[in-house]
Design a protein around this ligand. Structure first.
Ligand code: DGL
Length: 284
């Protein structure tokens, strides 16, 4: 390789990849763009295979790795798994086993670590409730990670398997949604009556925030992850200038889905808060 090649390799830049099983990651992307508007972003929703929440470890890992590899082919130096289920079931294996082999210079980050490292700031009673998909709850990722940063905090979890389908089917504001919103919150608070902070540990749940707030006692704080992840990414890029300089900065946003673009565009606009035009991709 001559010097010219060397220089062009070093100056090659790409967008930040943001991944979710479907639409939920758009609630995170929205906050990331608010915080860091100058970078380029590529969003992929694996809608054809969503939801991931009830799938096995092997399946979520296999699907997530396939999507991460797609981002790398697009030239993304950094991929954010804006999906708790994928972060819980696939991230560690991808970071530890796959990245060193397939793309040692690239990075994949999740949403669990940024949340768990600061969650202790919000609770006075040292009792936190986690509402998440069955997959995230079963992985025990939140329990394990919070224990590392805040061993004094008690973590109580409740799986909400019907919330993602309610959101994905546009029923999050319907009367039918009330029953299941109330039920899971009630179950959680019944397990631990000293909870003063509830984390919505699924990126779909911010769409249910209005109803969740309605059925949660006013003295309990409800946390969503978008802003937390956005601040953490800003900090990460500040601490990793070599990664920061490898990200392109034209302020562009591209959206891809593994399912129908018509469905994606109409749903995505609700999650993202502005019109979305997507492109279909086939992952085989
Ligand atoms: N939005 C994803 C999460 O944060 C879950 C959606 C799904 O079950 O696919 O966990």
């Amino acid at each position: 390789m001559d010097n010219t090649d060397d220089i062009s390799m070093k100056t090659k830049t790409g967008s930040i990849g943001v991944f979710d099983s479907g639409y939920g990651g758009l609630t995170v992307l929205k906050e990331i763009i608010n915080e860091l508007p100058d970078y380029d972003y590529t969003y992929l929703g694996d809608n054809a295979r969503a939801p991931y929440g009830n799938r096995s470890f092997e399946t979520v890992y296999h699907y997530t790795l396939q999507c991460v590899q797609w981002f790398f082919l697009q030239g993304c130096p950094l991929v954010i798994l804006a999906c708790n289920t994928a972060s819980a079931k696939a991230l560690r294996t991808i970071q530890q086993n796959d990245l060193p082999k397939i793309a040692p210079d690239k990075r994949v980050l999740g949403v669990i670590r940024p949340t768990t490292e600061i969650i202790g700031r919000f609770t006075r009673t040292r009792s936190i409730g986690i509402l998440a998909t069955s997959g995230t709850v079963q992985s025990e990722s939140y329990v394990i990670e919070i224990e590392k940063f805040f061993p004094d905090i008690k973590v109580t979890q409740e799986a909400c398997p019907l919330w993602v389908p309610l959101v994905e089917n546009n029923e999050y504001e319907s009367h039918g949604a009330d029953f299941f919103v109330k039920k899971y919150i009630h179950n959680l608070l019944h397990k631990a009556d000293d909870i003063d902070t509830i984390l919505l540990a699924c990126t779909h749940y911010p769409l249910l925030l209005k109803k969740i707030t309605e059925y949660t006692p006013v003295d309990i704080k409800i946390l969503t992850q978008g802003e937390i992840v956005a601040h953490s990414l800003k900090d990460y890029l500040y601490r990793h200038p070599e990664m920061e300089s490898s990200i392109s900065k034209k302020g562009t946003k591209e959206f891809y889905t593994t399912d129908s673009v018509e469905d994606f565009d109409s749903h995505a606009a609700i999650f993202f808060g502005m019109p979305v035009v997507s492109t279909h991709i086939d992952l085989g």
